[in-house]
Design a protein around this ligand. Structure first.
Ligand code: SAM
Length: 280
């Protein structure tokens, strides 16, 4: 029976796959895989020898009509991404959409996802979340998105690569402040699995002193805004403080005081104070 199966696969541990997923992968006419070498490891580990083709974001335009034709001929196809649940920061959207447009049944075969695995162990007592996946790679756009998320009260789930993790944490400190709580989950379900729960400032220190190795894959869960003062508001208040103190307290003491009161990054406060003290 012609069906497109969207099959979740493990995010590291090859045993994290459902019996139903294995059954489907075994019985379909074709497995479309984001990376056939990655999928082959899973299939081989479970003794499955189904026919495979590659389907990824760079060949989707070409493959969509071909796969649609096979489905319309009555074949069944399973799509698997490299890891976890397809379409979750992964390709597959256009294929799913095309199937809806042509009345081809689409069936989800649920299973692992890094986002859900991390959320299932979040320390925030959070029952609601917003899934953001990857934020923009460039700092200006990333900060803009973080500003839009500043007042989000739900927990925020983020993916990030090891190459940009430090930059992301630094931008989060700039926009959200050092105190915001965060959970980092590294290499979930794998040998070097690590979970770290702290403030953004503590996370930055732990990344810099190698308590958290910058290797492997990372999910971050940011605590939602709990109403404590936003970074923007605290900066506004620090600005007023410098304005008031510039004639009666040294710049250094004023920065110390502002840091104690507003818990803002020292460099940010120094730059703000300098503006007031230069003109006085
Ligand atoms: N579709 C996948 C899912 O359901 O989780 C996500 C695919 S996305 C291209 C890959 C990102 O997921 C990685 O950069 C990382 O942020 C996260 N990720 C995947 N596997 C992970 C793991 N075992 N531990 C932590 N994060 C993981």
């Amino acid at each position: 029976m012609s069906t497109l199966y969207i099959v979740a696969t493990p995010i590291g541990n090859l045993q994290d796959v459902s019996l139903r997923a294995l059954e489907v992968l075994k019985s379909v006419d074709l497995v479309a895989a984001e990376d056939t070498r990655v999928a082959q490891k899973l299939l081989t580990a479970h003794g499955i020898s189904s026919r495979m083709i590659s389907y990824h974001q760079h060949n989707a335009d070409e493959k969509d009509p071909q796969l649609l034709e096979l489905l319309q001929q009555g074949q069944s196809i399973a799509y698997v991404s490299d890891a976890g649940t397809p379409l979750l920061s992964d390709p597959g959207h256009s294929l799913v959409r095309i199937c809806y447009q042509h009345d081809i049944p689409v069936t989800a075969i649920p299973g692992a996802s890094a986002a859900m695995a991390a959320f299932s162990i979040n320390p925030f007592n959070a029952s609601r979340f917003s899934f953001e996946g990857f934020l923009p790679p460039k700092s200006a756009a990333r900060c803009e998105r973080l500003r839009q998320l500043q007042g989000e009260t739900r927990a925020i789930i983020l993916y990030e690569s090891k190459h940009r993790l430090l930059e992301l944490v630094s931008d989060m400190i700039t926009v959200l402040g050092e105190e915001r709580e965060i959970m980092l989950a590294r290499e979930l379900s794998k040998l070097h699995e690590q979970v770290f729960y702290a403030s953004l400032a503590e996370l930055e220190v732990a990344l810099n002193d190698d308590r958290i190795t910058l290797k492997g894959e990372f999910v971050l869960i940011l605590k939602g805004d709990d109403g404590s003062c936003h970074q923007d508001e605290r900066q506004r208040q620090a600005d007023i403080l410098f304005q008031q103190l510039k004639t009666c307290m040294s710049q250094r003491d004023a920065v110390d005081l502002a840091q104690t009161l507003f818990k803002l990054p020292r460099n940010t406060l120094k730059m703000m104070a300098a503006k007031h003290y230069q003109v006085s």
